[in-house]
Design a protein around this ligand. Structure first.
Ligand code: SF4
Ligand code: SF4
Length: 382
């Protein structure tokens, strides 16, 4: 006799997926066109049709911890061909958004960040911290003379806030999320017969991470897309601009604390050039992302939910306030430059502090899932 499977539909889970951009999931009638046209899906146990069944039935344990959900790059070729307008690409995106909240710690913060009604609270937290620190140290005023941001927001205060965020908060929260995620995808892959290896050997897994890095850096999965082909350029610009800004931040940190060169640096300084080129690339990349989401691909395909848009708006705010801080400083407009710099730091704080709860966390989880797929021999190393 065939093995029986006890189905317990989780209606709340279905509604949550619908609220995260998967509102069309019930339209699916299981024709499997999506799995056939997906350019990324492996031949064996292909996605996203099986995930659509699980989403309709509210089978949370078949979706959260399912590596295939993360192998999907939301190219939406499947959604374009779907004869029912069920938008499987957007449903998988909703599952990823839900999973990010499930893996994040602490759970109360993971509930606040994606809540559209509480965006003001997320901004109010850094504003309150900054005002208390600046007020308590006597810096809460527009300084006279040549504009120097360090005279308004001392570098030491910036570092007191951001260094623990980057070196303690992010590794701690992501560490917990990664631990939960890896256990889940390994358990799920074994249960679904998608993993050839039964063990989870860390050194071998790390080799798989190295193996997929060129694929990620080249964004070669995106280039297989048709419907969302223009997402390739947008994503590559954003990825490399973040890498550039990361290099710049570390350079300035070393220059300040090791070489004792506090700046300011001239616009012709190579590191400053890298900073400005990265910021422009980030600005163009975000604009392309917005135009791609607003483009009519039929049946609202790829329009995204609050969870998707909140990150886009945050990064846009970050790059616009950063650029305006620099321009108003060069234009000698202290009354605008200092508040703009303050606002820029609020956006930077939001990006760092809420990163593990935001859509940007897919950088980490998709990388791990792609590496696990190689480790489990579901896909070969390119
Ligand atoms: S999502 Fe669309 S293409 Fe895929 S199985 Fe359902 S109806 Fe068919
Ligand atoms: S969105 Fe693209 S990668 Fe994801 S399942 Fe559909 S076709 Fe495949």
């Amino acid at each position: 006799m065939a093995n029986s499977y006890w189905v317990e539909p989780d209606i709340k889970f279905v509604k949550q997926l619908m609220g995260l951009g998967g509102e069309t999931l019930k339209k699916c009638f299981q024709c499997a066109t999506c799995s056939v046209v997906c350019p990324i899906s492996p031949d064996e146990k292909p996605f996203p049709r099986k995930e659509m069944i699980a989403a309709q039935w509210g089978l949370k344990d078949k979706l959260v911890g399912n590596m295939d959900v993360w192998l999907c790059h939301q190219c939406n070729d499947c959604s374009s061909y779907c004869p029912r307008g069920a938008r499987p690409g957007d449903v998988l995106n909703a599952v990823r958004s839900y999973s990010i909240q499930q893996y994040a710690w602490p759970s109360w913060l993971a509930r606040i960040v994606p809540d559209a009604r509480l965006w003001w609270l997320l901004l109010a937290i850094p504003v309150a911290i900054f005002l208390v620190l600046l007020g308590g140290t006597g810096y809460l005023k527009i300084p006279a003379g040549e504009i120097e941001f360090a005279k308004f927001f001392p570098t030491l205060l910036v570092d007191i806030i951001f260094v623990p965020l980057a070196t303690v908060w992010l590794p701690l929260v992501f560490g917990i999320g990664i631990y939960r995620f890896m256990n889940d995808i390994h358990k799920n892959a074994l249960a679904e017969g998608k993993a050839k290896r039964k063990d989870l050997n860390i050194p071998d897994f790390l080799k798989s991470v190295v193996c997929i890095l060129p694929t990620i850096l080249r964004h070669s999965k995106f280039s297989q897309c048709s419907t969302n082909k223009d997402r390739y350029l947008a994503h590559i610009l954003v990825l490399f601009s973040f890498i550039g800004l990361f290099v710049v931040t570390n350079f300035f940190f070393v220059a300040l604390y090791i070489l004792h060169e506090p700046g300011p640096y001239s616009l012709a300084n190579p590191v400053k050039i890298l900073a400005n080129v990265s910021a422009i690339a980030l600005f163009i990349g975000v604009l392309l992302m917005i135009s791609n989401r607003l483009k009519d691909k039929g049946s609202n395909v790829g329009k995204g939910s609050y969870f998707d848009w909140s990150l886009i708006v945050l990064v846009l705010g970050l790059v616009v306030t950063g650029g305006l801080s620099e321009l108003t400083r060069l234009a000698h407009l202290p009354a605008v430059a200092y508040p703009m710099y303050f606002t820029h730091l609020v956006f930077v704080f939001c990006l760092f502090a809420y990163l593990p709860y935001s859509k940007l966390a897919h950088l980490v989880y998709r990388t791990l899932a792609m590496a696990y797929s190689r480790y489990a021999e579901r896909e070969p190393c390119e």
